[in-house]
Design a protein around this ligand. Structure first.
Ligand SMILES: Cc1ncc(C[n+]2csc(CCOP(=O)(O)OP(=O)(O)O)c2C)c(N)n1
Ligand SMILES: [Mg+2]
Length: 593
């Protein structure tokens, strides 16, 4: 029997190096699913609870492996469910291919059931490439290009397969005018700027006396070069959240995260520097960078579209971060005056002390910072960390001291809720031997995390090392937004929108067959981590935390303090406790004016 287009699609994906597809079935993709009977040994179908989980998994695969992630969904509702996860990939510049079904070609345009204009729907998220396969002979080049474009432009691409085309016999395109032949090949070129540009950059960096570096995910392959450049220039290094595993936190000159969720040491470095070297980052919040005009700037990015769009850079260098830094190093002069570096390192030491103090402030029943503080010293070697979006992201960003060889990811730019557990699940598929730890809010857990936990409970026996801990902060609140209402908008907490139902997360875990641990007193935090990290099965670590511990930015402007005061005076239901907690938390460390 001739091979169908559906089976061919899988064969061609495999020829392009794809080994795994995350997805959910539907009759709009039955032709492709049928192909797994033939190609299931070369390319694995991983079924998850929700198409959004599939898209997050494909994104996480790309983030952790650097390879293209693939997700598969049916026409109409299935395709629509993928979108949020795909936008996460798009905004964080990850290569992801979405394969989606469509109704039969003969029904299209008739207002048919589940007929959605998928090309229009995907046009924005897959802005680099979205195409419909109308004839079998198109399948080779559409699959090849979807993978090539995703890889080369680090973006999301989409191929739409009408159900009837999937069932047709596959035929190579005829050798005729108007047809094309493609190959599943790609190349990763060495991209370095011209010598003259490198010399200009070196002049700026050699002239500066107080150099600050900011690195992002683009520096991930360049840790050694980043550390060497920082040493030569006597610089400190701050990290955007997407680049938090690009350099370990136990180096004395690493100031840690930057921005609202950042460290005071990063803030002090950005405020005091005279030169900024940004590597592989498009950290969006420019108010946390030096004042425009106050520092001379050099930026390295692989994508010419992304240089000089956050800070008025003097020398943009378009190139691979590792190769470009490598080419720059011989041109740099070692700074003999180390006083700036010493100042940065002193601020870093002080910041870790502040975090330690913050973590030990009493709260009711638990200070969420203590949960991360105790985890930090226990992080297993080579672990993979994932975070969701919420107040936990603050503590995850600040308190966890990553060591060399560890990995970390979150939804950096879309900052969507829900990727925490799906990312952890996909990390286990990519690296079944490595311990994985996810940090998730109770709101995200209720929104999608619990569904993804069902996938964990279903699949963990396939992993060589079953260590996967999902830490849920049970604060019965959409806490990050509650604090944004107070501090940014000056409004009291709106209970109707902020309070969420209490739920027994640890018991839920037990119910679906994995270990659950509930922690609601400070003495239990550390022993519970020991127990969770020693378990030979996935664990849900439920921490019952206090929503009134403020996730404050590293410095608070006067107007933010005024907004908070306004919120508290205007009937915030927790005003007494908020004040008490803020004062206990040595608010003064954070106030600048
Ligand atoms: C899909 C989505 N919806 C809404 C938001 C806005 N938002 C950001 S953080 C947050 C609260 C998350 O609550 P939870 O998961 O309980 O974490 P917490 O802040 O309480 O630690 C919300 C609603 C978002 N980022 N993504
Ligand atoms: Mg919450």
């Amino acid at each position: 029997m001739a091979e169908t287009v559906g089976a061919y699609v899988l064969r061609r994906l495999h020829d392009n190096g794809i080994e795994r597809v995350y997805g959910y079935p539907g009759d709009g993709i039955n032709g492709i699913l049928g192909g797994f009977h033939e190609h299931g040994n070369e390319i694995e179908f991983v079924q998850v609870r929700h198409e959004e989980i599939a898209a997050f998994c494909a994104t996480a695969h790309a983030k952790f492996t650097g390879e293209v992630g693939v997700c598969l969904a049916t026409s109409g509702p299935g395709a629509i469910h993928l979108l949020n996860g795909l936008y996460d990939a798009k905004l964080d510049h990850q290569p992801v291919v979405a394969i989606v079904g469509q109704q039969n070609t003969l029904s299209l345009g008739s207002n048919y059931q589940q007929e959605v204009d998928l090309t229009s729907l995907f046009k924005d998220v897959a802005s680099e490439f979205v195409q419909v396969c109308a004839k079998p002979g198109q399948a080779p080049h559409l699959i090849d290009r979807a993978v090539k474009v995703a890889r080369a432009s680090r973006s999301v691409t989409c191929v739409i397969f009408p159900a009837d085309v999937q069932e047709e016999p596959f035929e190579e395109p005829p050798r005729a005018h108007g047809t094309v032949y493609s190959a599943p090949v790609g190349s990763s070129p060495r991209v370095v700027p011209r010598d003259s540009e490198l010399r200009r950059a070196a002049e700026v960096l050699n002239t500066g006396e107080k150099v600050a570096m900011l690195i992002g995910q683009g520096a991930a392959r360049a840790s050694d070069e980043v550390a060497e450049v920082a040493d030569i220039l006597g610089a400190g290094v701050a990290k955007a959240l997407n680049g938090r595993d690009a350099l370990p936190d136990d180096l004395p000159f690493v100031t840690g995260p930057i921005g609202l969720l950042g460290s005071k040491a990063s803030d002090q470095m950005m405020a005091g520097c005279d030169t900024l070297l940004m590597v592989g980052s498009s950290f969006p919040y420019s108010e946390w960078l030096p004042e425009p005009g106050k520092a001379r700037g050099v930026q390295i990015d692989i994508d010419g579209r992304l240089v000089g769009i956050r800070y008025p850079m003097e020398v943009p260098l378009v190139g691979d971060s590792k190769d470009t830094l490598g080419a720059l190093i011989p041109l740099l002069e070692r700074k003999e005056d180390r006083s700036w570096r010493e100042e940065v390192e002193a601020n870093v030491r002080r910041w870790w002390e502040i975090l330690d103090e913050q973590a030990h402030v009493e709260a009711d029943p638990l200070n969420p910072q203590l949960v991360f503080h105790e985890l930090s010293s226990r992080l297993p070697d080579r672990c993979i960390l994932t975070a969701d979006s919420g107040s936990a992201t603050n503590w995850w960003a600040r308190h966890l001291r990553l060591r060399s060889g560890m990995r970390a990811a979150l939804s950096g730019t879309l900052a969507t809720m829900c990727p925490g557990v799906p990312y952890a699940f996909a990390a286990k598929y990519a690296y079944p031997d490595r311990p994985v730890i996810a940090a998730v809010g109770d709101g995200s857990m209720q929104m999608l995390g619990m569904n993804a936990l069902i996938d964990v409970a279903d699949k963990w026996r396939r992993w060589a090392n079953p260590q996967l801990v999902v830490c849920v902060l049970n604060n019965r609140d959409l806490n990050q937004v509650t604090w944004e209402q107070r501090v940014l908008a000056g409004d009291p907490k709106l209970e109707a929108s902020q309070v969420i139902p209490d739920f027994p997360y640890a018991r839920f875990a037990e119910l679906i067959g994995i270990k659950g641990i509930r922690v609601d007193s400070p003495e239990r935090v550390a022993p519970a981590w020991d127990e969770a990290l020693a378990a030979n099965e996935p664990v849900l670590y439920e921490a019952v935390t206090d929503p009134e511990v403020p996730p404050l930015p590293p410095h608070i402007e006067m107007d933010q303090a005024t907004q908070l005061a306004r919120a508290l005076l205007h009937g915030d239901p927790a005003s007494g406790r908020v004040l008490q907690q803020s004062l206990k938390g040595k608010l003064k460390e954070f106030v600048t004016h």
